[in-house]
Design a protein around this ligand. Structure first.
Ligand code: GLU
Length: 450
């Protein structure tokens, strides 16, 4: 049994109740074996045993009062996975499905993603099983404050810098920042995704979606193709999906779908991004509202989806951008995309494709950009925000956007060249995993064991 298989078996028997974590680990370990064979120091220094265990992990109780004055209780978490190359960095997710397995999968992936950005940030993730849906603004504020009463003990600008993820956007970061400041009397770059008046960076909001499109462009360039004039299927309707659609339109591509937890929109003329922003960012309404405002849009509720399928992936498209959540694209969806002539998949969400779907994409030879590489623009721009905070300055939108663009070009190049080095040209899963891993593993060896 190979070293990577042996470690995976051990983890599987230790954590049978953490399926998402095991899935994320499996996807990485399978592709690392050639790098482990090439450099026996990794096994000698027990890097896989060490990198799969979080350095520190906190679970805490969050008690808060809802608008009726009733006490509510949630579980909060922060998983500080790896700090070899820099302070812990990664988002906070507020969603009812949040548990230790989900956050360990996200934190584990964040190690490699952050390493790939080429910037000095370690990997972490956190959040709570709190459901922001239907909560009033005051309830959101009280929850964020109660969450920070616990979290502030563990974070700091050079220790651990959380940010947003599903359910945590600019509004939540504002309340979290205000609470941190009051609790610690410290005004520091402890969170990213902040508002522009208190240390936020221009282009951070757009960065994940824009970066995913820049990454797709790089993949297609190596094949002499482009997105211009092409239909693109996008899933999700949150921050990543909105700015993915916006960038696609800017470069002359046509985003034809978006989706939320209740249904999807299809419009062959292209999504109207301003209306989508109005519905999702201002009104915080469902996509049925978008269909009311845009007469050419066709709305399909989840109840009418074909069984076991996400209907977004049944729409004929040249490129697919899964920007919703984990495991939103299964083998059947992948087969349907390929049968409809899809030539490019770039993942804006974290782990949106199942392992079987990934294997189908790789076997088909289409341009497939795994999340760790394709969506790294968000966290990379968070690091640019940290840089601006440290220098007490702010850069223009164009400065940040052009740095982001260059980072995405570099990530693609690094993953692509690594795929060539290991004899599997264009396999960016292998390329990204090995490139991200090597930097962290070499650093762990250099720093020794205490
Ligand atoms: N949640 C985002 C991610 O998955 C961004 C994290 C950050 O900016 O720290 O990478």
């Amino acid at each position: 049994m190979s070293y990577s298989q042996q470690i995976f078996e051990e983890l599987s028997s230790r954590y049978p109740y953490q399926p998402e974590f095991l899935q994320a680990v499996q996807e990485v370990l399978v592709t690392l074996q050639p790098a482990l064979d090439k450099n026996p120091a990794y096994q000698k220094h027990k890097i896989l045993e060490r990198i799969t265990v979080p350095e520190r992990s906190f679970q805490f109780k969050v008690e808060w009062l809802d608008d009726k004055g009733e006490i509510q209780v949630n579980r909060g978490y922060r998983i500080q996975f790896n700090s070899a190359i820099g302070p812990y960095k990664g988002g906070l997710r507020f969603h009812p499905t949040v548990n230790e397995s989900v956050l360990k999968f996200l934190g584990f992936e964040q190690i490699f993603k952050n390493s790939l950005t080429g910037t000095p940030i370690g990997g972490a993730k956190g959040g709570a099983d709190f459901d922001p849906k239907g909560k009033s603004d005051n309830e959101i504020m009280r929850f964020c404050q109660a969450f920070m009463v616990q979290l502030h003990r563990y974070i700091g600008a050079t220790i651990d810098v959380p940010a947003g993820d599903i359910g945590v956007g600019g509004r939540e970061i504002g309340y979290l920042y205000g609470a941190f400041k009051r609790l610690t009397t410290s005004y520091e770059g402890v969170l990213t995704g902040k508002g522009l008046t208190y240390g936020g960076s221009l282009a951070r909001t757009e960065a994940t979606g824009y970066g995913t499109v820049y990454f797709a462009q790089e993949m297609l360039k190596t094949r002499g193709e482009s997105l211009e004039g092409k239909a693109c299927a996008v899933s999700g309707a949150g921050n990543v999906a909105i700015y993915c659609c916006q960038k696609l339109k800017q470069i002359g591509a046509i985003p034809v779908t978006v989706s939320d937890s209740r249904g999807m929109i299809y419009d062959k003329n292209g999504i109207d991004v301003e209306i989508l922003q109005q519905v999702k960012e201002v009104e915080r309404a469902s996509l049925t509202r978008y269909a009311e405002l845009v007469p050419t849009a066709k709305y399909t509720p989840v109840s009418e989806y074909a069984q076991g399928r996400n209907n977004v992936w049944s729409v004929p498209c040249y490129a697919a951008f899964p920007c919703a959540t984990q495991n939103e694209l299964n083998l059947e969806d992948a087969k349907c995309l390929l049968a409809n002539g899809c030539k490019c998949v770039a993942e804006g969400a974290n782990m949106p494709s199942s392992i079987e779907a990934i294997n189908a994409f790789l076997a088909s030879g289409i341009a497939y950009g795994p999340a760790k590489a394709a969506n790294a623009g968000g966290v990379a721009t968070s690091q640019l925000e940290m840089e601006q905070n440290a220098g007490m300055c702010s850069w223009t939108f164009d400065e940040v956007d052009s740095k982001l663009h260059q980072i995405m070009v570099n990530i693609h190049n690094n993953a692509y060249q690594t795929s060539i080095e290991f004899g599997d040209k264009g396999n960016l899963v292998l390329g990204a995993n090995i490139a991200g891993f090597r930097k962290v593993a070499d650093t762990m060896i250099a720093q020794g064991v205490i």
